[in-house]
Ligand binder design. Structure first.
Ligand SMILES: C=C1C[C@]23C[C@H]1CC[C@H]2[C@@]12CCC[C@@](C)(C(=O)O1)[C@H]2[C@@H]3C(=O)O
Ligand SMILES: O=C(O)CCC(=O)C(=O)O
Ligand SMILES: [Fe+2]
Length: 327
């Protein structure tokens, strides 16, 4: 990645070497093959909005092959990669995140999950990359739907597919992203942490993340501390998104997270963001209200997405849609 002509990290935000660099063992682990999965998922979504999934059924082989192709893509010259850009909305992007001035020590590919991607992936074997991407995306979408059905069951909602049907819909506005965080040797020397991907919540319903064995991901706890997620290349990490927080009337919390660049090793992560159709009304499910009022003004995913794209990464996007208590 050519970020600047002279390699320097001075334009990026640093995080002081902080307590957060201690790895946490508090992150819930859910074994999808066990009968208690639905109960553990609900608990994790209430407490953290985040959990790790094992026995997920996505073959390691499909994951590794895609990872290899992705690394090959990012190892090309900037000139070559930029043939697949800019990311408006889909394509290759480098260091700039979104449209409002956020930057990070990252380069990425943003892809639409439903339609044929309308940009060329280029590289040595773009058909192979595309084929691997498509089959990976369909396995991960299936896992997302299984997890959303377990959530509905765990929440004792009669309609098991109340969340998953939004991802299954042909019009589902889901996104796939491959992030590459090159190793940043300057950091290793200085003992500092550089922001790879600044803190934010994901706006969609659910995000499924898989990365190589490189640390960097951190989540923000309600007590105000950041904890580092121990890397695990064979598991998936699941985030509750803003839309699921609204649909559960705040019972599930969308988790604030960020990525710190690593001084020693490149991080490669692949994330599936499961979103609803653009016309979908996002509002608390009546069965979860139990006589309580909605915490949010009703909006469509189209409206929320538009407001999201007008925001900075760290903004509290849901804040605009919160209902102020009448008394
Ligand atoms: C500053 C940004 C960058 C955004 C939009 C806005 C706020 C949240 C960011 C994300 C985070 C989740 C994936 C993504 C694709 C999304 O839907 O929201 C990202 C998008 C982008 O990277 O373009
Ligand atoms: O790359 C990662 O590990 C996480 C990035 C992220 O949170 C995102 O792309 O929304
Ligand atoms: Fe994210």
């Amino acid at each position: 990645m050519v970020l600047l002509s002279k390699p320097t990290t001075e334009h990026y935000s640093y995080v002081k070497n902080c307590m957060a660099s201690t790895f946490s063992s508090t992150i819930p682990i859910v074994d999808l093959s066990k009968p208690d999965a639905k109960t553990l998922i609900v608990k994790a979504c209430e407490e953290f909005g985040f959990f790790k999934v094992i026995n997920h059924g996505v073959p390691m082989d499909a994951i590794s092959q895609l990872e290899t192709e992705a690394f090959k893509f990012f190892s090309m010259s900037l000139n070559e990669k930029e043939k697949a850009g800019p990311p408006n909305p889909f394509g290759y992007g480098s260091k700039r995140i979104g449209r409002n001035g956020d930057v990070g020590w990252v380069e990425y590919l943003l892809l639409n999950t439903n339609q044929e991607h309308n940009f060329s992936l280029c590289g040595q074997n773009p058909e192979k990359f595309r084929g691997l991407l498509n089959s990976y995306m369909s396995s991960v979408k299936k896992m997302a739907c299984d997890i959303l059905e377990l959530m509905a069951e765990g929440l004792k909602i009669q309609q098991k597919n109340v969340f998953s049907k939004l991802l299954m819909d042909k019009q589902s506005d889901s996104v796939f992203r491959v992030n590459h965080y090159p190793a940043c040797p300057e950091l290793a020397v200085k003992g500092q942490n550089l922001i790879g991907f600044g803190e934010h919540t994901d706006p969609q319903i659910i995000s499924l993340l898989r990365s190589n064995n490189t640390s960097g991901l951190q989540i923000y706890l309600r007590d105000g501390s950041w904890i580092s997620v121990p890397p695990d290349h064979s598991s998936f990490f699941i985030n509750v998104g803003d839309s699921l927080q609204v649909m559960t009337n705040g019972r599930f919390r969308s988790v604030r997270h960020r990525v710190l660049a690593n001084g020693f090793k490149a991080r490669l992560s692949m994330i599936y963001f499961g979103g609803p159709p653009l016309s979908e009304k996002i509002a608390p499910l009546p069965s979860l209200m139990k006589g309580k009022e909605s915490l949010y003004n009703e909006f469509t995913w189209f409206e929320y997405k538009n407001s999201t794209y007008g925001s900075r990464l760290a903004d509290n996007r849901l804040g605009h849609f919160e209902r102020i208590a009448a008394s």
